[in-house]
Design a protein around this ligand. Structure first.
Ligand code: ZN
Length: 123
């Protein structure tokens, strides 16, 4: 396995909808996005995320594992939604430190997997 992180840059406003790789929700046209690129085993990968989601994901991966260090492989990396799945401590960390990203993943401090009924229908 070879993995090389090429870099990332901020797009001020995307022109068409994209799926955020970190939270799975749509990045609507006109909103900012982070565009990140890697080469894994000779293949080029590029993806977009909400800037807040990307930041939370990068911080989490840097704190929890060897990702970001030289010679780490792509398996060390967790998408934000993977990192939070069924992990109450990680979820509490996300709510406390990255509330915008937590909101996109419908994570609240109550530990409830689903939004409150009133919020579920909110636009
Ligand atoms: Zn997102």
């Amino acid at each position: 396995m070879s993995y090389e992180f090429l870099g990332e840059r901020l797009i001020r406003a995307v022109r068409k909808p994209h799926q955020c790789k970190a939270c799975g929700r749509t990045i609507q046209p006109g909103l900012p996005a982070t565009y990140a690129t890697t080469i894994q085993d000779g293949e080029f990968f590029a993806w977009r995320s909400h800037p807040e989601c990307r930041e939370a994901e990068a911080v989490w991966n840097k704190q929890r594992g060897p990702w970001g260090q030289r010679n780490s492989c792509d398996e060390d990396y967790f998408w934000l939604w993977q990192a939070m799945e069924g992990e109450p401590i990680e979820r509490a960390w996300l709510v406390a430190n990255h509330p915008v990203a937590a909101g996109r993943l419908h994570i609240s401090l109550e530990g409830c997997d689903y939004p409150e009924p009133a919020r579920r229908w909110a636009v």
